[in-house]
Write a protein that binds this ligand. Structure first.
Ligand SMILES: [Zn+2]
Length: 276
């Protein structure tokens, strides 16, 4: 089975080295290539954390990227709500979107105190629509304690997706752990898809024990995916280097019925991110 990893991070920060080791991986390009090849993962989409001004940014050949709109990657104050920042950043974002390697835009509400339906994002959504590239949005819990969860709750996507019907949104992490709310947003808004990354971390040494312990959580996740019955809108993603890749494939196979594996592991990401 061919697989696309629709959500990973690729960086040389020591922080990534540590979390990769906890997942029984090494945070190097060579190791990632080797593991992808071993597991049949033919490509991946980096949720970009590099400067927006770096318009010629290069990733390994099997990877594409979403240009990340986050404080430390933006010019000036880094605050998207600051009109001077937007004025400087928008033409740079457009330069990214013109590249074939850039397959979308990534937003990080929660980590940043902004509402993704704020009018300040309208020009960004217009660009996404113009270039026909999705906007991926962090939703659900955040890795850092100084973020505000009200901004990353999955329901924030409802207003953005309703106002901008011609934009394809991707709800990263399916709003984890707010699966009920995430399902409501997907059910109402046909222009919202979701990736299933960020649900595992580290290495799972004993799956039966893990499933026993997390029974309620996993039944909720499976139950709401099944309720939606929209297997054309879910994508496999690992959040590399956060989780063990092989575990992630096992886990995703356990929560998705086998007849939808090809869609969830490959076809949906290829179609939604228009990978060629
Ligand atoms: Zn991520």
């Amino acid at each position: 089975m061919r697989i696309i990893d629709a959500h990973l991070h690729f960086g040389k920060e020591p922080y990534f080295d540590d979390i990769a080791r906890k997942a029984q991986h090494e945070n190097t390009e060579a190791h990632l290539r080797k593991e992808y090849a071993r597991l049949g993962i033919v490509g991946g989409i980096v949720m970009g954390n590099r400067p927006v001004a770096d318009v010629t940014t290069a990733y390994p050949s099997m990877l594409r990227y979403c240009v990340g709109i986050e404080r430390f990657s933006l010019p000036g104050s880094g605050d998207w709500l600051d009109s001077a920042v937007r004025e400087e950043a928008l033409p740079l974002v457009e330069q990214h979107l013109k590249r074939k390697e850039c397959v979308g835009i990534k937003l990080y509400p929660g980590y940043h105190p902004y509402w993704i339906y704020d009018d300040a994002f309208a020009p960004l959504y217009r660009l996404a629509a113009q270039y026909g590239k999705p906007v991926a949005v962090h939703t659900g819990l955040t890795a850092s304690g100084d973020a505000y969860l009200k901004y990353s709750h999955p329901s924030v996507m409802d207003e953005a997706a309703t106002k901008f019907r011609d934009v394809q949104f991707v709800m990263c992490h399916f709003g984890e752990p707010w699966y009920t709310d995430a399902a409501a947003v997907l059910e109402k808004n046909p222009n919202v898809a979701a990736d299933l990354s960020g649900i595992l971390e580290g290495k799972i040494w004993d799956f039966p024990a893990f499933y026993r312990k997390q029974k309620y959580y996993i039944e909720q996740l499976k139950g709401w995916i099944s309720y939606l019955d929209s297997y054309d809108r879910f994508m496999f993603g690992t959040d590399w280097p956060l989780a063990n890749l092989e575990d992630y494939i096992t886990f995703t196979k356990d929560i998705i019925p086998e007849k939808h594996w090809d869609a969830v592991f490959f076809e949906n990401a290829k179609r939604i991110y228009q990978l060629t």
